[in-house]
Design a protein around this ligand. Sequence first.
Ligand code: HAM
Length: 418
Amino acid sequence: MTFQAPKGVSEYAPPRSAAFRRAIDTFAAAVTKAGYGYLELPVFEDTQLYARGVGESTDVVTKEMYTFEDRGGRSVTLRPEFTAGVLRSVLENGLHHGQLPAKVWAVGPAFRYERPQAGRYRQFYQVDLEAIGSDDPLVDAETIAIAWDWYRQLGLQRLTLLLNTLGCAECRPIYRAALQDFLRALDLDEATRARVEINPLRVLDDKRPEVKAQLEGAPLVTDHLCAACKAHHDQVRTALADLSIPWTDNPRLVRGLDYYTRTTFEFDHPLLGAQSAVGGGGRYDGLSESIGGPPLPGIGFGLGLDRTVLAMEAEQVAAAAVSTVDVYAVPLGEEARRRAFALLAELRRAGLAADMAYGSRGLKGSMKAASKSGARFALIIGERDLEAGAVQLKDLETAEQTEVSLASIVDTLKGKLL
Ligand code: HAM
């Protein structure tokens, strides 16, 4: 009997995993420089955290959560997203009593029981970043800029940043009512009518042509903002312009989670088909209170690693992430194998990436392995070389071969490669 991975999960094996790994490493380095600390979180939480945090009316909570009772009779849920858990952890660890905003990031799998398709999985991966405890619009711009620069660092050129604001507790209800008035007058099916009453903003996201056509004249949130939300939005936009980050205003951008207020944004990639959102985020100034915390504004994003890797592949920048060794040792004979093995460790300690031909493959097989490894240099070690205290250093690009003494080979290679 053989096994297959569960339906709809994503997984990464070499060489594809190199782009996935590079995406995480690049992100870690960039956000650490911007003052974000690392959070390692549980993969499951109390189900109520998501019901209250993400929102009872969202598809995520009503249809997509992996919820089960543990053996102690507690209802737990595999995280469908990071933000609620991040905020729970920030509050529990008292980070909000320290310097604000509390800046944290996390990475790992998330789980949603969705219909699997290209770019949509039931176990997928995100890097997540949150800045909690400040309502400064410059913090909004900082988070957006971090995501933007990261995509660029990965080599992605074709992303679009979509920007919107959803207003606040003061102006959103007024907009919501205006939108409901408009939607109630339309010709909609029963499920959509129900949605108009519970979560009218989501109706704006309906992709069906017969619904889309009717939404043409829908009132826009940007026409209903209070003065404070308008000022906030203007400052975010000015800051993005100062950073030369291009964006597209999209007053119909709604997000799938209920906690958003004010700034919301999404990164879209044109080559990914239906699942084009590679990342998204926004402000959630009321989330802390809804999970029992003190008033604490926050903003952050979740960037989908799976779709980011697909975008890297589509733009043909993924291969650049595959790293190869610098040096590949080719020992001929048992004594040479011992010496090569010790030399390998020495090379690695000196900071070089090195590998060797294991097993007894003979000169031809080993040289083939050396060339397949992508190494710049092969180190050929024969019995006679060893007697002379030397090795043959072959440049695999130029095919030039020189003899180098064993005593100086590490330094020679360091000189050439570091
Ligand atoms: P989200 O828009 O639900 O936001 O997810 C963020 C990103 O995760 C999406 O843009 C997408 O790239 C990826 N993603 C979501 N679902 C799937 C899936 N089934 N398969 C593959 N990729 C997927 C959030 O999760 C918020 N917590 C983001 C946030 C953080 N907002 C504020 N802070």
